[in-house]
Design a protein around this ligand. Structure first.
Ligand code: UDP
Length: 361
């Protein structure tokens, strides 16, 4: 079986790393399976791309479509045009897409129109929020996917409710957690650890990059100032996403606790998360990692496509207002964590299950 694997953005790189390892393991055991890795170039900053290839030992991509930034339509269109050429020159039996970024949807459409089977890893998750570009990507991708690999039973149920044939839905667990398991013994403190006087449990990690939190400069500043006040004397490490940085520009902020740093590589970032007091974020992937590590997480969104992180894990969905975040954070300071469970099959073996299933197709 010849598989073309698509990766375009930071969370994709983290998800494909263990899938490639699982393929290589099957190859070493004599199975007839090969892959071609296509980087669409959706994320191209060193901090968001190259660093992850180096740290997670992901092979150099066989092709880079170099689409770079653009509006939703420009980026999706550019990926489709470039990937159609790539797939015509390098045919395969299956295109494997992960997650919910524009590359996921664009490459799934191209493959399906060329009568090539599509596998979607992290299929079936739904926030119900159609203002999120990711939600549209999820729905469109799942409407043309052949083999669905899900992270939770609720994601499988979403697909079955939409009429997907149950024989094509496979609840396998979470590939992002495979990467976490494979790298926990390699994580290391960033160079600023001593400089900022960080100690286990004495700081908070903040990440914000969703349009609903960062696209409006005034409310972003209001949010940052509110968070800065809310945490007392705890330091806040804020690896600032390029999108958020572009909005803030040169604005002078009056912040006492928030320390801005560059987006972190995976190994430094996971060290920072694992040793933090708590995390405030609008990332979906980070709320999965904090769930597995048992770190309190406050998700600044009104919906989630990952309900298990809230029902079982340490995640709290707090909305996007500073008032509600402060309320929930204060409750946590008073009462501590109320739950700390790990979702079913988030055990580090999802990628092996996926490849074993694909080999039967
Ligand atoms: N991440 C990282 N460095 C950072 C911020 C995030 O390595 O400075 C990792 C994080 O641990 C998670 C992934 O990037 O594995 C999540 O990416 P992002 O928040 O961009 O995407 P989302 O999960 O919201 O789709």
């Amino acid at each position: 079986m010849k598989i073309t694997i698509i990766a375009g953005a930071r969370p994709n790189f983290i998800k494909i790393a263990p899938i490639i390892k699982a393929i290589e393991k099957q190859q070493s055991e004599g199975k007839t399976i090969s892959y071609r890795l296509v980087h669409t170039g959706q994320h191209y900053d060193k901090n968001l791309s190259d660093t992850f290839f180096e740290e997670l030992n992901i092979p150099h991509p066989n092709a880079n479509l170099e689409v770079k930034s653009g509006s939703q339509a420009e980026q999706t269109g550019a990926i489709m045009v470039a990937f159609e050429k790539e797939l015509t020159q390098n045919p395969c039996d299956l295109v494997l897409v992960v997650g919910d970024v524009n590359s996921t949807m664009a490459c799934a459409i191209v493959a399906k129109k060329m009568n090539i089977k599509v596998a979607h890893v992290e299929a079936g998750i739904r926030s119900g929020d159609m203002t999120m570009p990711e939600e549209i990507n999820r729905i469109v991708t799942d409407s043309i996917t052949d083999y669905f690999f899900t992270t939770s039973k609720s994601a499988s149920e979403n697909l079955l409710k939409n009429g997907v044939d149950s024989s094509n839905v496979h609840f396998v667990g979470n590939v992002m957690i495979d990467t976490l398991h494979q790298n926990l013994n390699r994580i290391s403190a960033p160079s600023f650890w001593d400089e900022f006087d960080l100690e286990t449990g004495n700081y908070i990690i903040l990440t914000l990059h969703r349009p609903s939190n960062v696209d409006e400069e005034k409310s972003l500043i209001n949010l940052l100032e509110g968070i800065d006040k809310m945490v007392g004397d705890k330091k806040i490490i804020f690896p600032i996403h390029p999108r958020t940085k572009a909005i803030l520009g040169e604005t002078n902020l009056n912040l006492k606790n928030i320390l801005f740093v560059e987006p972190q590589g995976y190994l430094n970032f996971m060290y920072l998360i694992k040793n933090s007091f708590a995390v405030i974020t609008d990332s979906g992937g980070i709320s999965e990692e904090t769930t597995v590590l048992g770190i309190p997480c406050f998700t600044m969104r009104t919906t989630t496509e990952r309900p298990e992180t809230i029902e079982i894990g340490t995640n709290n969905l707090v909305g996007i207002s500073i008032e509600n975040l402060t309320l929930e954070f204060t409750k946590f300071l008073e009462n501590g964590l109320s739950k700390r469970g790990i979702p079913e099959l988030w055990d580090g073996k999802a990628s092996e299950r996926i490849i074993a299933i694909l080999l039967t197709k």
